[in-house]
Write a protein that binds this ligand. Structure first.
Ligand SMILES: NC(=O)c1ccc[n+]([C@@H]2O[C@H](COP(=O)([O-])OP(=O)(O)OC[C@H]3O[C@@H](n4cnc5c(N)ncnc54)[C@H](OP(=O)(O)O)[C@@H]3O)[C@@H](O)[C@H]2O)c1
Length: 291
């Protein structure tokens, strides 16, 4: 059986990738969190802190994976602004270390935060200019791969949502949980993206690897909208009280890290190269079932 290593395997995207890969590949799934998969024939789960690569690297190297999907990351955008060391360790150094053991292709997940959000959505060839530390680390990871001799695919995505037990809340699950708890929320009207359901991203990522696509590829949902409109659509879909949602501007909200505003990703290249179809919000929310 062909071998795949998935880092950050217990996270939102890692989980969806492992579920998709496990019937056709032998998977080494690595994460600092405990095993969410239970006993499964083709999944070997390895509980490890990947900031200590000296200790854990040899086990990964011995596995000799054909593909590495690197999903382990420090994804807290404001946290990255406060803790550059951890952001560098997980979002940059880990990739550099994985490159030393890679004999096949590395798939790195990057973000629309490599752009400044002045005139998105952006194509793969548009000029990068990150405005917060999370975006800077993601861009550094892209440069590591571009300057390496190894085979790679950088998948830039944006605003993942979906469900899985014991993962960090994403925007959509946080919104649903908060509104169910009767909490009033301030949601920004001026941050734009094209959110994607995690299983739609996992499907496209696996297809891209199996078609041997290399370089940089943008993968996002088919609908471009503001966080406020995403919040309203989600609340309406789940029959929640939209009057708890107040529109605000990013300047009024005062988040720690600067946010790219008119951001998001053009997905024409992915639509041309892949059979996977990219979903709009209603179809993505439908995949969340009875969340
Ligand atoms: N989420 C988005 O909207 C979004 C958008 C664009 C790109 N991306 C990129 O897509 C990738 C996957 O994102 P995601 O949303 O699936 O992230 P996630 O749910 O936060 O998953 C990351 C996983 O990595 C684990 N991890 C953290 N520190 C680790 C360590 N030291 N050693 C081993 N594992 C560690 C996390 O465990 P803990 O949770 O226990 O820390 C978590 O299970 C990331 O590269 C992210 O930057 C995400």
């Amino acid at each position: 059986m062909r071998k795949v290593l998935v880092t950050g395997a217990a996270g939102l995207l890692g989980r969806s990738l492992v579920d998709r890969l496990k019937d056709r590949y032998s998977v080494l799934a690595v994460d600092i969190a405990s095993n969410p998969f239970g006993q499964s024939e083709n999944i070997e789960y390895y509980n490890a802190d990947l900031t200590n690569f000296e200790k854990y690297g040899p086990r990964l190297e011995k596995f000799k994976p054909e593909f590495i999907f690197n999903c382990a990351a420090y994804t807290d955008v404001d946290g990255c602004e406060r803790n550059h060391d951890l952001a560098d360790a997980l979002n940059v150094d880990l990739l550099e270390e994985l490159l030393t053991i890679s004999r096949g292709k590395i798939v790195q997940f990057s973000s629309d935060y490599v752009f400044d959000g002045k005139n998105g959505p952006y194509a793969e060839t548009d000029r990068v200019n990150p405005i917060c530390y999370y975006g800077i680390t993601k861009l550094k990871s892209e440069y590591i791969l571009q300057n390496s001799a190894g085979k790679y695919l950088v998948i830039r995505s944006n605003v993942l949502y979906g469900t899985a037990s014991n993962v960090r809340p994403n925007f959509v699950t946080w919104l649903i949980d908060s509104l169910r708890g009767g909490q009033k929320l301030k949601i920004v009207t001026d941050q734009y993206n094209n959110p994607i359901h995690v299983s739609n991203l996992a499907e496209a990522a696996v297809e891209a690897v199996e078609c041997d696509i290399s370089g940089t590829l943008h993968i996002g949902g088919s609908e471009y909208l503001s966080r406020y409109d995403l919040a309203l659509k989600t609340a309406e879909y789940f029959h929640l009280d939209t009057s708890l949602i107040t529109p605000v501007s990013t300047a009024e909200l005062g988040q720690t890290a600067d946010r790219p505003l008119k951001n998001g990703l053009k997905i024409d290249k992915a639509e041309r190269l892949l059979k996977t179809r990219f979903l709009g919000i209603d179809d993505g929310l439908r995949l969340m079932g009875n969340y």
